[in-house]
Design a protein around this ligand. Structure first.
Ligand code: SF4
Length: 221
């Protein structure tokens, strides 16, 4: 079987359109272009990380998130900002960049309450809250259960910092087996695409915004 490495975003990209995934992520024909929005998101994540890590004051433009982060910091437990996790294909914890890493994820803020056997995962979102994608919280919860095996329950949240809204989710350890099998089914399609080198296009109304200009379904073709 072809060795693959995946993450929430790469799996979503593949499921959105296998051809685009192949051209952008595998062949790397279209390097990432920073925009004002992506830079803003990156700067906010860094500011929040530094604030949680050592109390570095938030830059003026991000001071509005201080009350929200302070409320999270008041929760019991170890605070682990931008916490990187990796798992092998056997779901054993490994380093983010290890040779045998199968799935990777980064929790923007992980709070591990060792005494309460619970954890909190928070993902900061600077974009629109119209279609919240909680799948990412599910994967981060699964990875956290694997890295912190004493944890029994995880609460997680997408924090739309600009919109000031929150989307919450909860997972217990008992739910992990079923959830992993669902992921294994999804990831097997990605493995199969690599194995057979077949990357089918998926035409959608969003094709007009796709980087793959050479695709026959791109209106800019
Ligand atoms: S234009 Fe549409 S079908 Fe073609 S690669 Fe892009 S997303 Fe896929």
């Amino acid at each position: 079987m072809q060795k693959i490495t995946w993450s929430h975003s790469s799996l979503k990209d593949f499921e959105g359109c296998a051809r685009r995934y192949h051209e952008v992520k595998v062949l790397k024909k279209y390097p990432f272009q920073e925009t004002e929005q992506t830079r803003y998101g990156k700067d906010l994540h860094k500011a929040a990380e530094d604030y949680v890590k050592d109390g570095t004051p938030l830059p003026k433009q991000f001071e509005f998130v201080k009350p929200t982060i302070d409320a999270l910091l008041a929760k019991p437990g170890r605070k682990l900002p931008e916490h990187e996790m990796g798992l092998t294909i056997d779901l054993l914890p490994c380093g983010f960049k290890d040779e045998n890493v199968w799935v990777r994820g980064i929790a923007d803020l992980l709070i591990v309450d060792d005494d309460g056997l619970t954890a909190w995962i928070v993902d900061y979102k600077t974009g629109n809250n119209r279609y919240p994608d909680t799948d990412q919280l599910k994967l981060m919860s699964l990875m956290t259960f694997a890295h912190f095996p004493h944890i029994r329950e995880i609460k997680s949240a997408l924090l739309f910092v600009v919109k000031d809204t929150i989307v919450k989710q909860r997972m217990t350890f008992e739910e992990t087996e079923k959830a992993w099998w669902e992921y294994r089914q999804r990831v097997s399609k990605l493995s199969s695409a690599f194995e057979h080198n077949v990357w089918n296009p998926t035409q959608t109304p969003l094709c007009g915004w796709c980087q793959v200009k050479g695709c026959e379904f791109n209106p800019k073709h």
